[in-house]
Design a protein around this ligand. Structure first.
Ligand code: BGC
Length: 851
C-alpha cells in the first residue's frame, strides 16, 4: 500500500503558524511495491488553491489567497506509477501576514539602567479584560525586546521557553502565537513577565548589555473571535499595568530569582508607558524551533553535605532546569539551587569552570506546598546543590530544555564504549541546540560560535532533523555577514564584535560555517534551495578568504594565508600543544587549507547551480592554493618541513588537496605520527572531524580504528572511560588521575567545558564507515552500503532520516559471513559495495555475503 509517511510544511512536521505565503512542502512515502514510483503529487489548501509538484516529493507552493489569522488544512495527494493513491493532511495556520500591530511597544518608562555587565530588573505587566460573548477562538500574538512569558488566570500560557527566541534582532524578530481559548473565562487577568535575555540583558562572555535596546519592551495582542464572527483586539498599551515583578532576577547566565509571595491580583499597579523602539526589524511569525521541556530527568543519587547542602546527581550532563516539589515551606523561606558539571573531591559542586555565570535559581517561597521551575533561563549541569530546605521537604527532578528538534537517527555497534560515545554526541547536541547552535550550555558563553557548528553540522544531520533549526540561524548569518565577506565569529553576534580581528577579516574554519552549514543541508536533505539562497554569502566569504590570503605574500606564498596568528583560531584546542598560542600558531596551515576547501566547495556549488564562470574561477583558486600548501609546507615526499602535527596532514588528505603517490605518502606520514602518539589524538577543531577518514580511506584503516578505540588521554574513549556523559571541549578535561583540568595556565583563562559538541563530529565516521552508509547523490537518492570493518567491532546498526524516508541498516559478522539488513526508502536506491556489487531498490533487504 502506498502511504505518505511524513509531511513537512516549512520543514516542520508539527503544525505551524506562519507568515510564509509560499511555504515549502515535502513528504516521504512508503509502499510495499518495489517497482512503484511517484507519478504525481498535488498540494491543496482548504481555501481551494491547489498545485502540482509533479514527480517530486518537495517544492514550494505559492498561495495567493491566504487570509491572516486563519487555520487551513493543507492536503497532499499522491499517485504512483501503479495507480495507487495516498493522501495526508496537516494544519497550516497563517499568522498576521502583513496585518499591522494594534498593540504598541510598552515598557516601564520610569526605569533606566546604566550598570555594566548586569541584566535589567525584570518587569511584569497586568492586563484584566472581560469577554463579551461566546468565544470561538482566542489567541495571543507576542514578541519582546528581551524574554517574555505569560500567565493567564494563574496558568502559564503555552509550553515554550526563551521566547521570542534568538535572532539577529536588528534584522529579524520573531513573534509567537498562543491559542488561549481553553484558558479563557468571563473575567480574565493576564500577566506578562519580561527579562533582559539576549537582547537587553548581560550576554556574551564579556557580558555586554543593552545591545539591542536600553530596556525591555513588550508588543502583544489578544485577539478574540466571537461566535458571531466579530473580533476584538486588545493590544499592548498603557492599560497594561505595571506591578512589582515576582521575578527579581532574570539572566541567561546567572539564572533567576523568583519571589512566590507576590500576588498579581493584590499588588499595587501603575500604568505602563509606550516605548519608542529604535530598531526596525522585520517582525515575523516564528520560523525557528520552539525551546521546550523535552526530557524528564530523575536524579540517580543525593547526598547531604556537612553544611546541609543537598547534592543531587542526575547521572547525565545536560542543559535544562530543575523542577522542585516543595512541602512545609515558611513564607519567605529562601531555597537556592546551584548547578555544576563536576564535583570537587569533597563532594561539593565545582563551579570554577562556569567562570562568571552564576547558574543559580533562588526561590523565595510562600507558605505551604508549592512547585518551582525556572522559566526564564537555563543551565548546563549534571549536579545540583540545594540549600535552604531540608531533604524531607523537597522532591527534585529536572527537565532537559532545548529546541524541539526531532531525533531522526541513531547508531549502535558491538562496542559498548562507542555506543556511550554516540549517546554523548546526542546529549551534547540536545544541550547545544537551544534556539541557536551554541558552543556550550553552562559557562558565560552559550554563544552561536560559527566554528563549532561548521564542523558539527554533518554529524548533526545524521542524528537530528536539522533543516528548520539551521536555516533560521543561517538567515542571521547572512544578515550579519559583512559586505566585505567576513562572518562574525558568533551568530547572532549580539555585541561580541570581532574580538581578535581588528580588520574584520574572514576567519578560517569559523567563517566556513557560511559554506559548510548550507552544504550539510544540501548533502543530507538534498536541499538545493538552501544552496541557492546561501550562494551569494558563500561566494562573498570565499572571496574574502582569498583577499586576506593574497595580501600577505608574493609568488608561491601568495596563496599561503598567513595573517598574524592572532587573527585566527588555528588548530584550536589541539591537545598536543599545551598553549593557546601554539594552536593559533598553526593557522598558516589551517587557514590555507580552509581557503582551498571553501574555494573547492563554492566551485562545486557553482557547478550545481549552473554558474560556470564562478565554478572555473574558484576551481582555479583552489588549484593555486593546493599547490602552494603542498610546496611551501611539504617536501616532495610529503614530509612536513617544520614540526609535524596531525592536522597538517589530515586537512590535505580529507579535502583532496593531494593526489596519487603523494597522497599515499601523506597518509603514511599521518599513520606514523598517530603511532608515535600511541594513537592518542593531536588534532584541534579543524582536524578532529576528519582524521579517521584521512587514515581509513588511504590504506590505514587499522590505525583509524586504533585511534577511535584508544582509551588513553587524549582520545574520544578516554572521555567515556572517565565517565563522560557528554562530549568535552578538551579531550583531557579530566586528567588521568581524576583531577579536573582547569585550563588555567594555557592562555585560555580556564576554558574547559564538559558539554561541547565540536569533537563529537567523529559521529560522521560511525555512520559513513562503521555502519557503511554514504550518499552518492545528495539526499541519499542513491547511497552506498560499504562498511569499513575494523577494531573489535563485529556488528553495527543504525538509521537516519533522508528526504525519501528512513534508511535503516544493520550488519553482523559471523566468521567469514556478513549478514546485513538494509531498508531502502521509497524513491531511493542502494549500491552494495561489499561482496558482489549490486543495486537494491526501495524496500527491505536481507543480504548474506561471504567476505
Ligand atoms: C568557544 C568555542 C569557540 C572558541 C573560538 C570558545 O570560547 O567555547 O567552542 O569556537 O571559543 O575560539
Amino acid at each position: 500500500m502506498l502511504k505518505i509517511d511524513r509531511l513537512y510544511v516549512e520543514d516542520s512536521l508539527t503544525p505551524i503558524v506562519s507568515d510564509v505565503t509560499s511555504p515549502s512542502v515535502r513528504f516521504t512515502l512508503t509502499s510495499d511495491k518495489a517497482e512503484s514510483g511517484l507519478k504525481n503529487a498535488t498540494v491543496s489548501l482548504s481555501n481551494g488553491e491547489s498545485f502540482s509538484l509533479g514527480k517530486t516529493n518537495s517544492g514550494r507552493v505559492s498561495f495567493t489567497k491566504l487570509q491572516p489569522f486563519t487555520v487551513y488544512r493543507l492536503t497532499v495527494v499522491v499517485e504512483d506509477s501503479l495507480g495507487e493513491k495516498a493522501e495526508k493532511s496537516i494544519v497550516f495556520e497563517t499568522g498576521r501576514l502583513s496585518t499591522p500591530w494594534e498593540g504598541k511597544w510598552i515598557t516601564d518608562t520610569a526605569y533606566s539602567f546604566t550598570e555594566k555587565k548586569v541584566s535589567p530588573k525584570p518587569m511584569s505587566f497586568f492586563k484584566s479584560f472581560e469577554t463579551k460573548g461566546v468565544v470561538r477562538r482566542a489567541c495571543i500574538y507576542a514578541t519582546a525586546l528581551g524574554l517574555y512569558q505569560f500567565d493567564l488566570n494563574g496558568k502559564p500560557v503555552g509550553d515554550r521557553y526563551l521566547t521570542p527566541g534568538f535572532t539577529s534582532y536588528k534584522s529579524q524578530l520573531l513573534y509567537q502565537s498562543y491559542d488561549i481559548t481553553s484558558l479563557l473565562k468571563k473575567e480574565n487577568h493576564l500577566e506578562a513577565h519580561l527579562g533582559g535575555g539576549w537582547a537587553v540583558g548581560s550576554y556574551v562572555m564579556n557580558r555586554v548589555n543593552r545591545v539591542t535596546a536600553p530596556r525591555q519592551a513588550l508588543l502583544a495582542e489578544i485577539r478574540i473571535t466571537y461566535e458571531d464572527g466579530s473580533v476584538e483586539t486588545l493590544g499592548t498599551d498603557p492599560s497594561w499595568l505595571l506591578y512589582e515583578s515576582p521575578y527579581k532576577e532574570i539572566d541567561i547566565y546567572d539564572g533567576e530569582t523568583f519571589d512566590a509571595r507576590i500576588d498579581p491580583l493584590k499588588a499595587h499597579k501603575r500604568p505602563s508607558g509606550v516605548e519608542s523602539v529604535k530598531i526596525n526589524p522585520s517582525i515575523e511569525a516564528d520560523y525557528g524551533v520552539a525551546v521546550k521541556n523535552q526530557i524528564k530527568m530523575e536524579p540517580i543519587s543525593k547526598t547531604v553535605l556537612q553544611d546541609g547542602t543537598i547534592v543531587y546527581d542526575f547521572g547525565q550532563n545536560f542543559a535544562g532546569v530543575v523542577h522542585a516539589e516543595i512541602k512545609n515551606a515558611k513564607e519567605g523561606q529562601k531555597i537556592e539551587f546551584t548547578h555544576a558539571e563536576i564535583l570537587k573531591a569533597d563532594g561539593s559542586l565545582n563551579r570554577a569552570l562556569l567562570r562568571s555565570a552564576k547558574a543559580h535559581a533562588l526561590y523565595i517561597a510562600k507558605e505551604g506546598k508549592q512547585t518551582y521551575e525556572p522559566r526564564m533561563s537555563y543551565m548546563g549541569f549534571r549536579y545540583v546543590g540545594v540549600t535552604g530546605i531540608e531533604e524531607k521537604d523537597i522532591e527534585l527532578y529536572a527537565y532537559a530544555r532545548f529546541s524541539d528538534i526531532e531525533q531522526t537517527g541513531d547508531f549502535a555497534c558491538s562496542n559498548e564504549k562507542l555506543n556511550r560515545l554516540q549517546q554523548n554526541i546526542l546529549w551534547s547536541s540536545r544541550s547545544n541546540f537551544v534556539e541557536i547552535p551554541t558552543d556550550c550550555p553552562q559557562r558565560d558563553e552559550r554563544m552561536g560560535w560559527t566554528g563549532d557548528i561548521a564542523l558539527f553540522a554533518k554529524t548533526a544531520a545524521w542524528n537530528f532533523d536539522t533543516p528548520r533549526f539551521l536555516k533560521k540561524w543561517l538567515r542571521d548569518l547572512r544578515s550579519e555577514q559583512l559586505k566585505t565577506g567576513g562572518v562574525p565569529n558568533t551568530i547572532p553576534n549580539q555585541g561580541y564584535g570581532f574580538p581578535v580581528t581588528m580588520p574584520k577579516m574572514a576567519i578560517d574554519f569559523w567563517g566556513d560555517a557560511s559554506v559548510l552549514v548550507p552544504y550539510s543541508l544540501y548533502e543530507h536533505y538534498g536541499d538545493e534551495e538552501i544552496l541557492k539562497i546561501s550562494y551569494p554569502s558563500m561566494v562573498k566569504y570565499a572571496k574574502a578568504e582569498k583577499f586576506w590570503a593574497n595580501i600577505w605574500g608574493l609568488g608561491k606564498y601568495r596563496y599561503i594565508w598567513h595573517t598574524p596568528a592572532l587573527f585566527h583560531f588555528g588548530d584550536w584546542v589541539s591537545p598536543d600543544e599545551p598553549k593557546m598560542s601554539g594552536w593559533q600558531a598553526r593557522s598558516r596551515y589551517t587557514a590555507t587549507a580552509s581557503l582551498f576547501h571553501m574555494s573547492d566547495l563554492v566551485s562545486k556549488a557553482a557547478t550545481i547551480l549552473d554558474k560556470k564562470e564562478d565554478a572555473a574561477f574558484f576551481a582555479k583558486v583552489a588549484k593555486k592554493t593546493r599547490n602552494a600548501y603542498n610546496s611551501v609546507f611539504f617536501d616532495k615526499d610529503y614530509q612536513i618541513k617544520k614540526k609535524p602535527f596531525q592536522t597538517a596532514y589530515v586537512l590535505p588528505l580529507y579535502f583532496n588537496m593531494v593526489e596519487g603517490e603523494q597522497k599515499q605518502k601523506a597518509a603514511d606520514h599521518l599513520a606514523e605520527l598517530a603511532k608515535a602518539n600511541d594513537y592518542t589524538i593531536g588534532t584541534g577543531f579543524p582536524g578532529t572531524p576528519y582524521i579517521l577518514f584521512a587514515l581509513a580511506d588511504n590504506g590505514h584503516l587499522e590505525e583509524a580504528y586504533k585511534m577511535l578505540l584508544c582509551e588513553k588521554s587524549p582520545s574520544w574513549l578516554y572521555e567515556v572511560k572517565m565517565g563522560g556523559t557528554t562530549i568535552w571541549e578538551r579531550f583531557d578535561a579530566i586528567k588521568e588521575g581524576g583531577e579536573g583540568n582547569l585550563g588555567q595556565d594555557d592562555g585560555t583563562g580556564g576554558m574547559v567545558s564538559f558539554n561541547h559538541y565540536a569533537s563529537g563530529a567523529v559521529g560522521d565516521f560511525f555512520y559513513r564507515r562503521i555502519l557503511g552508509i554514504e550518499e552518492i547523490e545528495p539526499g541519499y537518492r542513491s547511497f552506498r552500503f560499504a562498511p569499513a570493518f575494523g577494531g573489535d567491532i563485529t556488528s553495527a546498526k543504525g538509521h537516519t532520516l533522508t528526504p525519501y524516508g528512513t534508511i535503516e541498516a544493520s550488519w553482523k559478522k559471523e566468521g567469514n559471513l556478513l549478514k546485513a539488513d538494509i531498508a531502502v526508502p521509497y524513491g531511493a536506491t542502494c549500491e552494495v559495495k561489499v561482496g558482489e556489487p549490486k543495486t537494491l531498490k526501495q524496500g527491505k533487504h536481507h543480504l548474506e555475503i561471504k567476505l
